[in-house]
Design a protein around this ligand. Structure first.
Ligand code: PLP
Length: 451
């Protein structure tokens, strides 16, 4: 059949290889293609409406039709559609955005380095810290510690920081020198009778033992999301971050907060670091930075990180790293407008006000026979499905229950995302109570049909 006789879905099957997709399955049916967006809704090519209860990929904070972001992009496209930041050149939107981010940071930060995606940002952080260690003459200090189920992206280095088997399998990742400690998931990982604080103490001890085994002088940094997102929305147990940070300070190890999902209001504060009292040396930002209307990410560095790097660039004559699109003027202008809107409309306050509707609403499903755990805070949550509540397990292959429930829910007009058997929710932060109620009603009936 010639292309003009085919639907977009059939042409998708013919021409597109999708990320995070079974390519053979896509050859059969193509993908669900969205045609337009409005507020928290997206509409597919057939005109079906869905509540985007994942804000795309945890990212469209202001929803799918914020005209001011469109206008900001057009204005910048008309003024200066592109310029770069290499070799002591740049442009105004990048400077304005850097200043704004340093001003917003919950701990003192010194400089901002711009990249295009969360993965590129974390990849850049790895390279920066290798460079920094060399600058300090600490040539041994090259290892990174992440966590099992942590997600930091998929490039060779950021994929190595990630602790999810699906992102490693058949890719020959992680690279050597990328270590992973236990997931801070109390419901699943705590020993019988172990309270949250005792569990947190055990995890901090595990971290300290790993540092001692590897040699503290070999560890460049620890990386963590304040709340794990793609690993299944796992909020840390009480006292976790306090205890982890005490271990890191004891051995002089840097802390990287990956705020790619938590940043800009998601947990009910501007940053996840504020919610959990985290004092990082490096913050990685993306997604809700521009509500994903443009690809952009930012790395915030404190003086302790920046200074040795700056010395080395002076010795070498340059910092031999950067991306053509890093800090793109259109993306920077959109991000600035996005941050202005967050502040003007007090979106963080809205998240706090509306969060109980989602969190308490989801918890009313706890008695459902398929629900093992409901978890989350702010406007990020997960419902973990099991067939045996006592054993916290499913009789189906891992992930099958989550996939099935997500598909049924999608047919009811709500897009969630399955992380294994956990259904995750992260609606645009502009979501209203009636829309949360619609998500809950659809979910309830989807769970009944999944059983
Ligand atoms: N870090 C976190 C916490 C993420 O959730 C993600 C993406 O979901 C990334 C990094 C990678 O971002 P990107 O997909 O833009 O490369």
């Amino acid at each position: 059949m010639s292309d003009d006789q085919l639907s977009a879905e059939q042409r998708d099957a013919r021409y597109v290889m999708h990320p995070l997709t079974d390519a053979r399955a896509n050859l059969q049916s193509g993908s669900l293609l969205m045609e337009r967006g409005e507020g928290v809704y997206v509409f597919d090519n057939a005109g079906n409406r869905y509540i985007e209860a994942m804000a795309g990929l945890w990212s469209v904070g202001l929803g799918f039709s914020e005209q001011r972001l469109v206008d900001a992009a057009i204005k910048q496209l008309n003024r200066l559609p592109y310029y770069h930041a290499f070799s002591q050149k740049g442009h105004n939107p990048m400077v304005d955005l850097a200043e704004k981010l340093v001003g917003m940071a919950p701990v003192p930060m010194s400089k901002v380095f711009f990249t295009n995606s969360g993965s590129e940002a974390n990849d850049t952080v790895v390279k920066m810290l290798w460079y920094r260690s060399n600058a300090l003459g600490e040539t041994q200090r090259k290892k990174f510690i992440g966590r099992k189920k942590g997600y930091h992206g998929i490039t060779v280095a950021s994929g190595s920081l990630t602790g999810l088997p699906v992102n490693h399998r058949s890719f020959d990742l992680p690279l050597p020198g990328f270590l992973h400690v236990s997931t801070p998931h109390h419901w699943r990982e705590a020993q019988p009778g172990e309270g949250e604080e005792a569990f947190a103490t055990r995890l901090a001890t595990e971290l300290e033992e790993l540092i001692l085994k590897e040699g503290p002088e070999t560890i460049a940094a620890f990386i963590g999301e304040p709340v794990m997102g793609a690993g299944g929305v796992i909020a840390p147990p009480a006292t976790y971050w306090e205890k982890i940070q005490a271990v890191l300070s004891k051995y002089g190890i840097l802390l990287i907060a990956d705020e790619v999902i938590c940043g800009f209001g998601r947990t009910g504060n501007m940053f996840g670091c504020e919610t959990f009292g985290i004092k990082p040396d490096i913050m990685v930002l993306s997604k809700q930075l521009s509500s994903s209307y443009q690809p952009i990410s930012a790395i915030l560095l404190n003086e302790r990180v920046f200074e040795p790097i700056a010395d080395e660039t002076h010795t070498i004559g340059t910092f031999g790293h950067g991306f053509t699109g890093g800090g793109h003027p259109v993306a920077a202008a959109v991000a600035l407008e996005n941050l202005n809107i967050l502040e003007e409309r007090n979106i963080v306050g809205h998240v706090r006000d509306i969060a109980p509707a989602l969190q308490e609403g989801l918890r009313t499903l706890s008695d459902h026979p398929l629900v093992g755990e409901v978890r989350g805070l702010g406007l990020i949550a997960a419902v973990e499905l099991v067939t045996d509540k006592g054993a916290k397990s499913s009789r189906h292959p891992a992930g099958a229950l989550g996939k099935r429930a997500a598909a049924i829910l999608q047919n009811k007009g709500v897009i969630s995302r399955a992380a294994g058997d956990a259904l995750t929710f992260c609606p645009p932060m502009i979501v209203e109570k009636d829309q949360i109620d619609a998500i809950l009603t659809a979910l309830h009936s989807a769970l009944d049909e999944t059983a």
